[in-house]
Design a protein around this ligand. Structure first.
Ligand SMILES: [Mn+2]
Length: 313
């Protein structure tokens, strides 16, 4: 059943012993939204915890830490945040979801009650409205958690999902005491040494095709080893080669093993990324798609560049 913000707040007031679940490969939105909701429920004298998502350690572990459920906690009411479908449930989670709070238009309506706001750039903006009604306002702690959610889902307000409403929500969080300068620095202007070493290696070995309109980066296992990079250091590397001026299409080809690689293709829309990747059994969206090839990375780069050229208008 679809519920409104007020009905969601009533459901939260009527129940207790909450467990809040976040999606697999958790991002700042699911973690910030879940932690903020947990904090707000505790502030209104409820018992609330975050389900112990085994992947919290890969993504802002310091945000979720104060809220993780102890072993043996027996919840009575389950809330999912920023979680569009059951295949994204965190590892080990079984059971039904009483309430889902989300902003993905693709939500499969798996929950008993759903508050869905697809017009919002982040789930954090939906949770913010709930917190205001539940607690009668925002305090600096919850404002920080919600700022993490809103800012990360919009790439620090750079992505196309950012609207005037998003910026107004962020402004309200700053007014409520969110440490925006500090959070922007640690979320968007700080990288591990391994990540920066890897970026330097990627930028210094870019391959240019079609007068620079196509830019391809190759990431081998050897490079990862040399940089000391783990999976965590590879987040969003697909966006790096597209920063080159004049690039219409950009790809990162990541070595899986000697004769197998994974490809992430991004375009400015002039080339249909989905069509290119479909040629190799992959797909996605017009401006961002992926596929695999049973080739070594260097062969794959040539094949991909040719496939992109076939799609030029
Ligand atoms: Mn989100």
């Amino acid at each position: 059943m679809t519920v409104t913000i007020s009905e969601t707040v009533s459901l939260l007031k009527e129940h207790d012993k909450f467990i809040i679940i976040t999606h697999i490969r958790p991002d700042g939105d699911t973690i910030g939204s879940g932690s903020a909701l947990c904090y707000a429920l505790r502030k209104s004298s409820k018992t609330a915890y975050l389900y112990n998502n085994t992947q919290f350690e890969d993504s802002f572990p310091w945000v979720a830490a104060p809220y993780i459920a102890p072993e043996g906690f027996e919840p009575e009411y389950t809330v999912a945040v920023d979680l569009a479908d059951e295949s994204l449930f965190p590892e080990g989670f079984k059971g039904k979801v009483n309430l889902c709070i989300d902003h993905h238009a693709s939500n499969t309506m798996y929950a008993e009650n759903i508050l869905l706001c697809p017009e919002k750039a982040s789930c954090g903006e939906v949770v913010m409205e709930i917190v205001k009604e539940l607690n009668g306002g925002l305090d600096p702690t919850v404002a920080d958690l919600l700022y993490i959610a809103v800012s990360t889902d919009t790439g620090c307000f750079l992505y196309g999902n950012t609207t005037g409403d998003t910026l107004r929500a962020a402004a309200e969080l700053c007014d409520a005491g969110a440490s925006n300068t500090y959070l922007n620095k640690i979320l968007f202007r700080t990288s591990s040494k391994a990540r920066l070493t890897l970026e330097a290696m990627i930028f210094s070995s870019l391959r240019y095709y079609h007068d620079g309109r196509t830019v391809i980066a190759i990431v081998t296992k050897e490079m990862l080893k040399e940089a000391g990079a783990t999976e965590k250091d590879c987040q969003d590397i697909a966006a790096l080669p597209g920063r080159v001026e004049g690039a219409f299409s950009s790809a990162v080809i990541k070595e899986v093993d000697e004769n197998n690689c994974k490809i992430s293709l991004r375009t400015n829309g002039m080339v249909n990324a989905n069509k290119v990747c479909a040629k190799f059994g992959g797909g996605g969206h017009k401006m961002a798609s992926g596929c695999s090839m049973n080739k070594n990375c260097f062969e794959a780069a040539e094949i991909l560049a040719n496939a992109i050229a076939e799609e030029f208008e």
